[in-house]
Design a binder for this molecule. Structure first.
Ligand code: 26W
Length: 790
């Protein structure tokens, strides 16, 4: 046994002995997992103590979501311990994969925005930045999805029982957050002093997760705030027999971080959500300001040493909260406080869907945080004054931060932040030309683009060790793990390597098929083309367009079962927000189509539809390597970037996609000949709306093939879906019918290309070779240099 393995074994023995009072041989699987977590956590703590910090500006990344997934393999991999840990477990008689599966996903996020934050934490740490992530310690992450009779059922997602092992609790850094009450103004030395009386205090307890980087001693922290009442029990009430009432205050406080709201790209305006947001930013800003003041004795130089990054508008209340701390806490005048604040914040926009833009009722803000409301009103007044003469009345109305009793968070961010960016070139252009065009005209320098990226160490090397081995073997080094552009060298490889690539894909397909057979009883033939669409369920992402294509193939096979046909397995994985009825109907439809195909001997064996239950990070890690065709088919202009598209690309899948979000740049990088592009371009979509040419009813009447598929959806399945078909005919806001023919034609090209295995594999290699620029290391370097200036 190697020395490292011996050390790990000794440490595991000690942990089991000290924490569970058992001998290693007597430990349960869960205890072995916990012991592994402790060993790794200790290793990171030790590194953190030793880490030397550079003096530059500190980055604080504020995000309501961090979709982390599992941490064990990630941390072990980054520490360079994964192989030895795996081998040690094997020596002890365990299957390491079995132990690693004990860990629940930390699903503290919904989708793209949350997973991006997790990838960025890794890259910030690996590239050596002094950065801290901040979020909430939700007791329940995004719901666990069950499919019952074809429909989604939500169940609570318990993660803390085990996830807690990663968390440290620095009790001396608890913060106090005030809610409600009323503002009292007193005059003191010619100035007005604002205090809030009658407020309710909620404690913010920090739960810190250490984040280790790859091949570096740098260790950063993700700070998750948990809410707690200062009074856990009302003793007189309890002894008076009011047992439930005696604990109400604690319950009310704990409710704040009870669960993550499952709405993705849809604003709900719930009062508890507003409380979550303020709790989050108030605790964060207070703790940073306190630490800074303790060290420097003043907050006057805060902007020189810190930058606060706002991940979409959800943490935007950090802006008035900082003003509050500077004015009410430090006694600064407005102008001085504003001078500092306006140099502290950078804002990233992640969506232009109007229903996703946060607009809070003024009355709610006033009620929940009266002092913050006053500050917002003052910002708005000064902003309107500043733009006063420069814009007309319509623009003034659209640019206002507060208008007609509504507070618009995006307008607040664009005005107060010194930097505003979108997440792909196309998306950033839309920000400049459309939703923020007026602000862009006034302050063009503020606006930039940073195209998203993904952590390729996790999403390639770690989840696809065979592909990682292939790359290292042929590039004769592992440099690409830190220098993502090294992947470009793969283009020079001779065609003789392509079979190896195909063999790897085949093994990964078998692994996925076996897993889905084991977990949900799916029977999948690994010889089929694996065609995958995994992402949140949303009408704009057009899972329904995919269904239209599947039913087109189905009908074509029914009409002529003798035709040459490339067998395909279609995989869907998607959660629908609990209140999103249309999305839930689409899940039910997909399951109906799956059933139809399974029960039909004519198509069975040539078509297969699998709805992957409870799609999440740990499942994505199995799916990405096994995918051959990645579906990125949103209506052009709607998907800000997409990041799943990049993960597939790193794993050698080919993409069928629209010219939307980062697909545009993927196409530029890999070459159009290596992608399957279809559909309207963004400017064409615009023109159709502008000229009033959108007419889905006409398309339905004229396109026989499409009409027949839609009629089947309406009344030809096990249950009717007339609502879905009718919605398309009468409304179709995401233009599925308009793009249908082009999509089906491109899909035919996919099948044709797949028959030429050599060509397919060459295209796959070309995609991997071009994927380097979609690594989050590249994105983070751009943020560091261009935006954070660190
Ligand atoms: C207030 C409700 C709400 C919740 C979440 C509104 C908006 C959101 C997110 C901003 C939605 C989201 O995750 N957007 C995705 O962000 C990814 C990372 O930049 C992009 O790749 C996706 O295209 C974008 O949809």
């Amino acid at each position: 046994m190697s020395k490292l393995k011996q050390t790990i074994k000794q440490q595991l023995t000690d942990k089991i002995y000290l924490h569970f009072g058992r001998r290693l041989e007597e430990a349960t699987k869960g205890q072995i997992w916990q012991a592994c977590a402790l060993v790794i956590r200790d290793e990171m703590s030790a590194k953190k103590v030793k880490a030397k910090r550079t003096g530059g500006r500190e980055v604080h990344y504020l995000s309501m979501e961090f979709l982390l997934g599992r941490s064990m393999t990630k941390n072990a991999y980054n520490l360079g311990l994964l192989d030895d840990l795996t081998a040690t477990l094997k020596d002890l008689g365990y299957d390491a994969a079995d132990i690693f599966e004990v860990e629940p996903d930390a699903a503290l996020g919904n989708g793209g925005l949350g997973r991006l934050a997790a990838c960025y934490l890794d890259s910030m740490t690996t590239t050596g930045l002094n950065a801290t992530g901040y979020s909430l310690c939700y007791e329940y992450g995004v719901f666990a999805q069950k499919i019952v009779n074809g429909e989604q059922v939500e169940t609570p997602d318990v993660w803390l029982d085990k996830g807690e092992m990663w968390l440290l609790s620095p009790a001396d850094e608890v913060q106090e957050v005030q809610f409600g009450g009323h503002v009292v103004e007193t005059r003191l030395n010619g100035r007005t002093k604002f205090t809030v009386e009658g407020a309710t205090t909620v404690l913010a307890v920090p739960r810190d997760m250490l984040i280790g980087g790859y091949k570096t001693d740098n260790v950063n922290t993700l700070r998750l705030w948990a809410a707690k009442s200062p009074v856990s029990i009302d003793m007189p009430r309890f002894f008076g027999g009011e047992y439930v009432k005696s604990q109400e205050q604690e319950a009310a406080a704990a409710a704040i971080t009870k669960l993550l709201y499952p709405e993705d790209n849809h604003f709900e305006g719930k009062s508890l959500r507003l409380r979550q947001q303020y709790f989050f930013v108030s605790a964060t800003m207070q703790s940073i300001c306190k630490r800074h003041k303790a060290k420097h004795g003043t907050l006057e130089n805060l902007h020189k040493m810190h930058v606060f990054h706002i991940n979409d508008t959800h943490p935007a209340l950090a802006i008035p909260e900082l003003l509050r701390i500077l004015i009410d806490g430090e006694g600064m005048c407005w102008d001085d406080a504003w001078e500092i604040t306006s140099q502290c914040f950078a804002y990233t926009n992640h969506t232009i869907l109007s229903e996703a833009l946060e607009c809070w009722p003024q009355s709610l803000i006033e009620h929940v945080m009266p002092r913050i409301w006053q500050i917002l009103r003052e910002i708005n007044k000064r902003y309107l004054h500043q733009i006063g003469g420069k814009v007309d009345e319509n623009d003034r109305r659209d640019m206002a931060i507060v208008w007609d009793g509504v507070v618009r968070m995006a307008n607040l961010c664009v005005f107060a932040a010194y930097s505003v960016n979108g997440v792909s070139a196309l998306h950033s252009d839309i920000l400049k030309e459309d939703i923020f065009r007026r602000e862009y005209a006034m302050t063009p320098k503020k606006f930039t683009n940073v195209t998203n990226g993904v952590d390729h160490r996790r999403w390639l090397a770690q989840v696809n060790p065979k592909l990682d081995g292939f790359i290292q073997k042929h590039l004769h080094s592992d440099d690409y793990l830190l220098k993502c552009n090294d992947l470009e060298k793969l283009v020079k490889l001779p065609n003789s390597v392509l079979q190896e690539l195909a063999d790897i894909k085949r093994e990964d397909k078998i692994a996925l098929a076996n897993h889905l057979n084991r977990t949900q009883g799916a029977l999948i033939d690994e010889n089929m083309l694996f065609d995958v669409q995994v992402k949140r369920l949303h009408e704009y992402k057009r899972q329904l367009l995919n269904v239209l294509h599947i039913l087109t193939l189905y009908q074509s096979l029914r009409d002529n079962s003798e035709q040459d046909f490339v067998p395909r397995a279609f995989f869907f994985g998607a959660k629908a927000a609990s209140g999103y009825y249309a999305a839930k109907r689409i899940i039910a439809l997909i399951n109906s189509v799956a059933k139809l195909i399974d029960n039909d001997p004519v198509v069975r064996g040539r078509l297969k539809v699998v709805f992957v239950e409870n799609y999440r990070v740990s499942l994505a890690e199995l799916i990405m390597p096994a995918t051959e065709l990645s579906e990125q088919i949103s209506l052009a202009g709607k998907e800000a970037s997409g990041t799943g598209n990049m993960k597939f690309m790193f794993n050698g899948a080919l993409t069928i996609g629209t010219m939307d979000g980062a697909n545009v740049e993927m196409c530029e990088a890999a070459g159009e000949e290596n992608m399957f592009i279809f559909g309207l371009r963004e400017h064409e979509v615009e023109a159709i709306w502008r000229e009033g040419r959108h007419d889905p009813g006409a398309i339905y009447r004229e396109n026989k093939r499409l009409a027949s598929v839609m009629d089947m959806i309406a009344t030809g399945l096990d249950v009717p879906y007339e609502d879905i078909a009718g919605g398309l005919i009468h409304n179709d806001p995401y233009m599925l019918l308009t793009d249908y023919d082009s999509y089906v034609a491109e899909q035919a090209k996919v099948s044709e290309t797949y028959c030429d295995a050599a060509k397919w594999n060459a295209m796959s290699l070309a995609n991997i070779a071009a994927a380097g620029r979609f690594a989050s290391d590249r994105s983070i370097k751009e943020y560091a240099k261009g935006i954070w200036r660190v």
